[in-house]
Design a protein around this ligand. Structure first.
Ligand SMILES: [Zn+2]
Length: 352
């Protein structure tokens, strides 16, 4: 690389303060040994981390002023990995200098064994003579011993080894790890900005873009997920429909609605994750009821269900909304306290 500054190709919209900062780190050759990407789910933290890895690993010899070049041996390995997966195969299985670990679906924590293997892989010399990059997804679920093992590595950083921790709840990361990392906080975009991105960069129709930018509340990674996987989107719609319908149903119907949201063979950890997501969707519906109450119709998230929301809102008082919001918060706490997730949702259904 020579002194001329590179420009960068970032895959997602939003959080420009972060992409600009990371670009500067690369151009000034001040790349840290550890970063924390923190912020709510579905803002593209992992996508951006992988993209940063691609940029650091790119082997272009100065002819390209844009990183990643997409053509060098390193970039081609990333490309190969994206061609044969639907988000399931990890790049680390293909690129020798890139490693990623995450919480297993049926586990509560990332284990010390996973972290030891990860650290070992990063300690080997680089296959391509450059950086070694490691990403830890769900870093807020590192077990205590796993966090301690990682801390030792962060305390003795090696040059050209970069670790990116991805966390939605930074409060769950030990302060000793946080203090040794560069913290980058991700924010949702405005609805308008997401709409523009979907129309211009993703070339989708205006109606669909309007719908998704609203439903996703400025979370670009969620919009992409819904675009690429209609089953996921349908399932989201089923979650909010179930909640809206509670108002007109008896207890048995409500419980059966909840039961239909849970596939029969979910592990306990999968059920916990699902229940949290459902509660978040339900909170969105309550927020919409409040927006309707105060006539902020243009801010309504689930406007795909606008007519139904409007009819039901007429039968729900602000007091009802606050009571349901309280029931949802209680359910969230109960899930953390290991109450059966389905049972926690049933208690919300009883609050109607
Ligand atoms: Zn390249």
């Amino acid at each position: 690389m020579n002194n001329t500054d590179f420009t960068f190709d970032w895959p997602l919209v939003g959080n420009q303060h972060i992409t600009e900062y990371l670009g500067k780190c690369v151009n000034n050759k001040h790349v840290s040994g550890a970063y924390i990407f923190s912020g709510p789910d579905n803002l593209g933290k992992t996508t951006l981390a992988k993209s940063f890895a691609k940029i650091l690993l790119c082997k272009t010899e100065g002819a390209d002023k844009k990183l990643p070049c997409g053509r060098c041996s390193s970039c081609r390995q990333f490309k190969d990995s994206s061609q044969n997966n639907s988000g399931q195969t990890e790049i680390s299985e293909i690129h020798g200098d890139f490693h990623i670990i995450k919480k297993a679906k049926d586990k509560k924590n990332i284990s010390i064994e996973q972290v030891r293997e990860f650290i070992y892989s990063l300690s080997l010399s680089s296959f391509m003579g450059g950086y070694k990059i490691g990403i830890i997804k769900h870093a807020d679920s590192l077990s205590l011993s796993a966090a301690n093992a990682l801390l030792k590595t962060l305390e003795e950083p090696k040059s050209k080894v970069v670790i990116i921790l991805i966390a939605s709840d930074m409060d769950n990361l030990p302060a000793t790890i946080v203090s040794r990392s560069q913290i980058l906080r991700f924010n949702p975009l405005g609805i308008e900005a997401l709409y523009d991105y979907l129309v211009k960069a993703r070339k989708i129709g205006r109606e669909q873009a309007k719908e998704l930018s609203r439903v996703c509340l400025g979370r670009p990674a969620l919009a992409i997920k819904f675009l690429e996987n209609s089953e996921t989107y349908d399932f989201y719609k089923q979650q909010i429909e179930t909640f809206i319908d509670f108002k007109e149903q008896n207890i048995n119907e409500r419980f059966s609605g909840i039961n239909n949201l849970f596939a029969p063979k979910l592990s306990n950890q999968e059920s916990v994750k699902l229940a949290r997501r459902i509660l978040q969707a339900w909170q969105g519906v309550l927020r919409d009821y409040l927006l309707l109450e105060y006539s902020f119709n243009n801010l309504i998230q689930n406007y795909i269900k606008f007519d139904k929301l409007k009819i039901f809102k007429a039968r729900i008082s602000v007091f009802d909304i606050l009571r349901m919001a309280k029931a949802i918060r209680r359910a969230e706490k109960n899930i953390v306290a290991n109450v059966n997730p389905k049972l926690a949702l049933e208690e919300v259904a009883l609050a109607f």
